[in-house]
Design a protein around this ligand. Structure first.
Ligand SMILES: [Mg+2]
Length: 409
């Protein structure tokens, strides 16, 4: 089966998405997600200029060979742009192979290891009553695990809080990247954050009891000793995980955090390859791998990372914000259903416009996601609907400390 056609489709229903669409000589269509939030067009150019010309005429069944060819023949390896582009090709080829086999993709990956994927949703609030309402709302939607993010007294706008007034005047609900010519500036004060967050988790535990799994995202803003302090302070509230406690590229930083706290650690949404995880998995410095299929070279490479992680009892916790397109989410669900060391799946839910562009077969029932049983990954891209939403410039915000220093956002 030969790849005859390869198109890169950019659409912006609720936010920008980049999708690779492959068509074989047998007329089978495969989709891959190449969305890199805030840097979308760099992957479009990488695919259109340097990858699409290499795909035409290739055997669509040779997934591993195509992966190795794209990775090694470029010479310049790794990085989010390269790995998102390779991921899109990889997922599109798995979609094609599963359609050709007449099976949902998870069957080709070994079949289902569970009935569904435990998913966590994003609750947030500017104050405790608003946060409690948000948690209850997510429980009413079926979520059995909840991420808790909170505004910080004295700060204007903080990552992950949906209802707070943004500098742009818009809400965060579906997407923190804001459609504007320049990125929005937010403010940050780590000491104020470290004082406030434990009081919020204490209040949430008092209100919702000991059983509800709670998660929290530090979003790379702490030093190792600050992260250690927060992990220790949160121990009484029994978190499912503390995510991105430190900037993830310094793998050694996790040693210090680990020495001080038993709060489980999750990291890696900005990682691209198994080599970014080598030390922290081998030294058992983390508990969950946060990589998405979309940003880690696709199913082929993320499965290798998760198989490596399984040797150390480290589980999956795949990234699932709205900038992972329905195509990327579907790929994650098939992989998560098949592997043994699945942990939890982030599920932020896409907006209505996105769901009209991408027709999806997945279900979310009783807190569990399932990719469905259509052949392939179970997503169809409506080209006409996609064309109605052209690309719009949008950037993620960035942080400055109170003295004006740029800080991790
Ligand atoms: Mg995160």
């Amino acid at each position: 089966m030969i790849i005859e056609q390869a198109d890169v489709i950019v659409t912006s229903p609720d936010r920008n998405f980049v999708t690779l669409r492959l068509v074989t000589d047998e007329g089978i269509v495969g989709l891959g997600d190449a969305t890199l939030n805030g840097r979308e067009l760099s992957v479009v150019a990488y695919l259109q200029e340097h990858v699409v010309p290499l795909l035409i005429g290739r055997d669509a069944h040779r997934i591993e060979d195509t992966w190795q060819f794209l990775y090694r023949s470029a010479y310049w390896r790794r990085g989010p742009v390269t790995m998102a582009a390779i991921a899109a090709v990889d997922v599109a080829l798995w979609d094609i192979k599963a359609k050709a086999a007449g099976m949902p993709l998870y069957q080709l990956l070994g079949g289902a290891s569970r009935t569904g994927l435990l998913a966590y949703g994003h609750a947030s609030g500017r104050d405790l009553p608003e946060l409690f309402d948000s948690i209850r709302h997510h429980q009413s939607l079926g979520f059995r695990a909840i991420r808790v993010q909170t505004a910080i007294p004295g700060l204007r706008a903080v990552y992950g809080v949906a209802a707070q007034t943004q500098v742009s005047g818009k809400r965060y609900d579906y997407e923190p990247a804001q459609r504007a010519a320049l990125p929005v500036e937010e403010d940050w004060d780590t000491r104020a954050y470290l004082r406030h967050v434990p009081t919020v988790f204490e209040a949430v535990r008092n209100e919702f009891g000991p059983e509800l799994p709670l998660l929290h995202d530090g979003h790379h803003r702490m030093t190792p000793i600050q992260a250690a302090k927060l992990g220790k302070a949160l121990e009484p509230y029994d978190l499912f995980w503390l995510e991105d406690a430190t900037p993830a590229e310094n793998q050694e930083a996790l040693r210090l955090v680990r020495q001080h706290t038993t709060t489980p650690l999750a990291i890696g949404e900005v990682f691209n390859t198994v080599w970014d995880y080598q030390q922290i998995i081998r030294e058992q410095l983390i508990d969950y791998v946060r990589s998405a299929v979309t940003h880690t070279g696709g199913i082929t490479h993320l499965k290798k990372i998760l198989d490596f992680a399984a040797q150390y009892q480290v589980k999956s916790g795949m990234h699932g914000p709205t900038d992972i397109s329905p195509v990327g989410m579907a790929a994650a669900m098939h992989l998560g259903l098949a592997i043994h060391n699945f942990g939890i799946q982030e599920y932020m839910r896409h907006g209505e416009a996105t769901n009209t562009v991408f027709r999806q077969s997945f279900t979310f029932e009783d807190g569990l996601l399932h990719p469905g049983d259509e052949p392939g990954i179970g997503v169809e891209l409506d080209l006409e609907a996609a064309a109605a939403y052209p690309y719009q410039t949008a950037y993620l915000p960035y942080n400055r400390l109170l003295d004006g220093t740029v800080h991790d956002w």
